[in-house]
Each structure stands twice: as C-alpha cells, then as structure tokens.
Design a protein around this ligand. Sequence first.
Ligand code: HEM
Length: 142
Amino acid sequence: MKYLLSLLAVFPLLIVELAHADDPDPSLYQRLGGEPIVTRVVEQTIRSMADDPVVNRSFEGINLAKLDAKIVLQICALSGGGCKYDGDDMKLAHQGMNIGQREFYALVEALRTALDANGVGEREKNELLRLLAPMKRDVVSG
Ligand code: HEM
C-alpha cells in the first residue's frame, strides 16, 4: 500500500517530465521570433543602412535582397535555428570595403533599432549582439 501511494505521488511528476521531454529550452532563434521576425529585422537593418548617406557607400550596386537572405541564414545558424550558413566568411565578404568603426557601430545601432521595433526582448537582443560583436575584427579594416 505504501508502495502504491508513493507511486501515485510520483506519477504526476512523471507525466510533467514526459510532456516536456521533446521540448528543450527554446533556441535564441526561436526566442527572437523565428524566421518571420529575423527576416523583418534584417531587412529593416539593411534598408536603414542603405538609405543613410553617411554609411551607405558600400551598399551601392549591391543586391540587397540577396544580402538580406545571407544574413538571415547566418543569424539562423548562429542562434541555433538549425540553418547552415553557406556564404563567405566575414573577412572575405568585407574584403576591400575599407569598413571603419563608425560604419560598424552604425550597423549595430540600426540592428538595435530594428530589434526594438519588432518587439524583441532585451535579453535576446543582447544575446544576438554578443554573438555578432566578435566579427568586428574581420569586418572592420578601415
Ligand atoms: C557583425 C556585423 C556584420 C555581419 C554579421 C555581416 C554579415 C554579412 C554577410 C553574411 C554578408 C554576405 C556574404 C556573402 O555574400 O556570402 C555580408 C556582405 C556585405 N556586408 Fe556585411 N556584415 C556585417 C557588417 C557590415 C558593415 C558594418 C557593413 C557596411 C557598413 C557591411 C556591408 C556589407 C556589404 C556591402 C556586403 C555585400 C558584399 C557583396 O555582395 O559584394 N557589413 N555581410
């Protein structure tokens, strides 16, 4: 009887455990809002850079839709969304563009604004920025 009672006590816990068995902590990609939000955030960031005469010189003549798609893929891969980034590495992609600190921080600012505009939380925003920050040394050369 005692055995049965302890089994009954454990049973609800077991059910809760099983219910979450295939539901691990959501990835950063999921918490950012997945594909629809990441796509919107990237599009808004790149458009804002391309429309800003102070920092848009390197975006002239670039196929922005293609660039958006590469960056979405890269963010998906970086943030645990399960994508495989198939673009150039950051050094090669920005080679010869002479990108300066000011331009790099302008992009970070544009990204912050787009993340805020799409309701991404503080924690997720900072996690994403922390993932991108180390790329500065490969992007900035001017
Ligand atoms: C952490 C910051 C950055 C990330 C993660 C990033 C990411 C990327 C990616 C994934 C590509 C596409 C590579 C490919 O086509 O295979 C790319 C290309 C490009 N990036 Fe960045 N980028 C960053 C900073 C910047 C900055 C600061 C600028 C200019 C102000 C910039 C301008 C460009 C341009 C113009 C291209 C297109 C190059 C081409 O198609 O010839 N990027 N970037």
